[in-house]
Design a protein around this ligand. Structure first.
Ligand SMILES: [Zn+2]
Ligand SMILES: [Zn+2]
Length: 278
């Protein structure tokens, strides 16, 4: 009963949180922006919102079942580690959420390290500004691969439907938050950084400087970067002085929606940037 309720209301919970947080972040960015924008906000918003729309429709068509639906199927067949571990429900939910978050961290590092995957993920990094809509700028093929990875983890780990729903709402919310072009007092950022990836922490990841954009891969929990040696505290040029984006894609006129969709397939050079000295 509880599970059916969760599954039926899942899309509404997710869309409600998404729209609500997007509006809050947009208002916050207007009231206390961190950096002046350099590119047309209208064009960037159009591109980024169009991408999330295309991603959502594509995933809906390509996958007959959602991650939460998969979790329920796995649970009913008693598959997956957590479904057979005999742990209290709250603990399986917590382990599921943390496990999925660690997967997203590893996946993000992999998308930077493997040249073919970097071709997809660089769409996210071509944004010349960094604001809440950057948090939804992903190529549909990257979203497709992310979904396959997520479903595999749900099946093997046996993440509950509740764990999946909490994780998806949380990841959506934190992605909008940590891409926010907002000013947080440094003292608050310092404390928050132990619990959650903050905008200052993730902005480093969007630096044009290669060493900086190959750090801070976390989206939700900030611990993985610190534990696994990919943490970078601050951008060398400072948050106001740093340049956002990729060195090879700096012409705003070329950053149209169609060009972003074609980006993984253009250019001969298949090298990724993770081990280039600069
Ligand atoms: Zn990245
Ligand atoms: Zn990002």
């Amino acid at each position: 009963m509880m599970h059916n309720l969760t599954l039926d209301s899942e899309p509404f919970i997710r869309i409600g949180f998404f729209v609500g947080i997007l509006i809050i972040m947009a208002l916050w960015e207007t009231a206390a922006p961190c950096r002046p924008l350099t590119d047309s906000k209208t064009v960037r918003c159009f591109n980024n919102l169009s991408l999330i729309l295309i991603d959502t429709v594509a995933l809906r068509f390509l996958f007959p079942i959602t991650a939460a639906g998969t979790a329920m199927f796995v649970e009913s067949h008693n598959w997956g580690l957590l479904n057979n571990a005999g742990l209290p429900f709250w603990l399986t939910v917590a382990i599921g959420v943390i496990g999925l978050d660690f997967t997203v961290y590893l996946q993000h590092a992999m998308f930077h390290a493997i040249p073919a995957f970097w071709r997809l993920h660089r769409v996210h990094h071509t944004d010349l500004d960094f604001d809440t809509t950057t948090g939804i700028r992903f190529h549909p093929i990257e979203m497709f691969l992310s979904m396959i990875i997520k479903l595999a983890v749900v099946v093997v780990l046996g993440v509950s439907a509740m764990g999946v729903l909490i994780f998806e709402v949380l990841l959506n919310a934190t992605s909008l938050f940590n891409h926010g072009n907002i000013r947080l007092p440094i003292s608050m950022d310092r404390v928050l950084r132990f619990l959650i990836v903050t905008p200052d922490m993730h902005r480093v990841h969007h630096s044009v400087v290669i060493q900086e954009h190959n750090s801070n891969f976390g989206f939700n929990l900030p611990w993985w970067d610190r534990l696994l040696g990919t943490y970078c505290d601050q951008p060398e040029a400072g948050h106001k002085g740093m340049i956002i984006g990729l060195a090879q894609f700096r012409d705003p006129k070329r950053l149209t929606l169609l060009w972003l969709l074609a980006l993984p397939f253009v250019g001969k050079n298949l090298r990724c940037t993770i081990d280039e000295p600069e």
